[in-house]
Design a protein around this ligand. Sequence first.
Ligand SMILES: Nc1ncnc2c1ncn2[C@@H]1O[C@H](COP(=O)(O)OP(=O)(O)OP(=O)(O)O)[C@@H](O)[C@H]1O
Ligand SMILES: [Mg+2]
Length: 521
Amino acid sequence: MMMMMGEMWAKPGSLVAGAMFLWVMFQQCMPHQFRSYIEKYSQKLVSFVYPYIQITFQEYSENRYRRSEAYVAIENYLSVDASTRAKRLKADVIKDSQSLVLSMDEREEVREEFKGVKLWWASDKTPPKMQTFSFAPAADEKRYYKLTFHKNHREMIVGSYLNHVMKEGKAIEVRNRQRKLFTNNSRDTWYGYKKAVWSHVAFEHPARFETLAMEPKKKEEIINDLTIFSRRKEYYSKIGKAWKRGYLLYGPPGTGKSTMIAAMANLLDYDLYDLELTSVKDNTELRKLLIDTRSKSIIVIEDIDCSLDLTGQRKKKKEKEEDEESKDNSITKKGKEDESKVTLSGLLNVIDGLWSTCGEERLIVFTTNYVEKLDPALIRRGRMDKHIELSYCCFDAFKVLAKNYLDLDSHHLFASIRRLMEETNMTPADVAEYLMPKTITDDPGTCLENLILALGTAKGEARVKAEKEAKEKEEEEKRVKAEKEAKEKEATAGEVKEKEMSDERVTENGVAAVKENGVVF
Ligand SMILES: Nc1ncnc2c1ncn2[C@@H]1O[C@H](COP(=O)(O)OP(=O)(O)OP(=O)(O)O)[C@@H](O)[C@H]1O
Ligand SMILES: [Mg+2]
């Protein structure tokens, strides 16, 4: 009996071993061409017997930088079905950091019915080509969705069903859209399973134009400009221009440049991409970053004058000097290799070159404290279409802050504040700081008095500074004048001496000539 059981098990075992041996022999000994010939026909035979069609949607198609739109739409579409049917789910917090959105996990399958037709969606990933023993995901892993359906329904699925999936997926994306604040990653994370060029957090800045302190007329103008831009899809295509607009915000520190950017994003409901230029290695990286941004977004480069030496001509001169200095200094050179090599022309290309047109409805915003330092090519109209100066706090701006911070529309101290503000410069950030109650017992009057005191001090300091500057200027002028006079004196003395010498020469020559001619007086 035992013998028989053993034989029974031995047979399938040997059959499997035999089949495996044949397969290995087939792979090794069969000429390559013959093998591919057999594979091709075996696939045909399978498709003849197997009546299902499969469509694969890759997350990243070959040679594409961006996530495939179809993949994202399917991901969103399936998030609705998956949450009720799939057994393994992924969770992500989406809207306002509150609602949880579930989607299908990898290697999971859901079945669906569309107009009575059954179909299957599966999520999967291709295994890495090289098998390595590592817990980290491999670089060549690719995620994809696979749709399987009966070949009788090919037309309906490829036509109306897939259209329906794309439309629904996009609508779900808009519904679940949590605005994001992106920042560029270092190059190390650009490849591999996660493939993230940007990483993000939920964007929840409370700044709004209503709470932004600036002249009402100027504010109105900016709001109009932004609103018109966001509604002009057809107009931009009619005039043959990419649907994007550049803003340059400039002014001293603490005048509300960053706050205005947040207000812009909130007004238009756009995402924000905060581009840290110093960590971008070169122009190619910059381009890749730009391509991986979505529509309806603001791309921000803060403190553009400090980010890079983008001052054109001056850069070239400085580079030359530095190169000469560091000829024998290998440490300096090594340090330089790590520095960003993004150039002015690379940045200009990103703003309005051919690549800038991938994606639409985008604002590009630069901020700077020193507008005069920037290369004119960078900020000419067309690149930076609108230049906005954010300056020291005026009385109108103060009124907005008083309303925000103290809920005051008027106060008897407003008149003296108005006078003081006309005479001195204080940034909205400083004014806001004085208006903020410091203790629970502080009432609006105390805050306003604090501000008046601070404005008085600032005025005094400004006067002292101005006097000091005037004195320095006067001294400098005196010094220049004295130098000029000394030079003139020297020049006159030189001229007199020269004249005397030339006179002497003439006399001597005259004598010589007379001598030559034999005339003696
Ligand atoms: N115009 C303004 N209206 C309202 N609040 C302002 C304004 N300007 C500055 N503030 C307040 O001051 C703080 C600093 O402002 P913000 O960061 O926008 O200045 P900035 O111009 O970007 O300065 P920097 O040039 O140093 O980056 C903000 O938190 C904001 O509360
Ligand atoms: Mg700022």
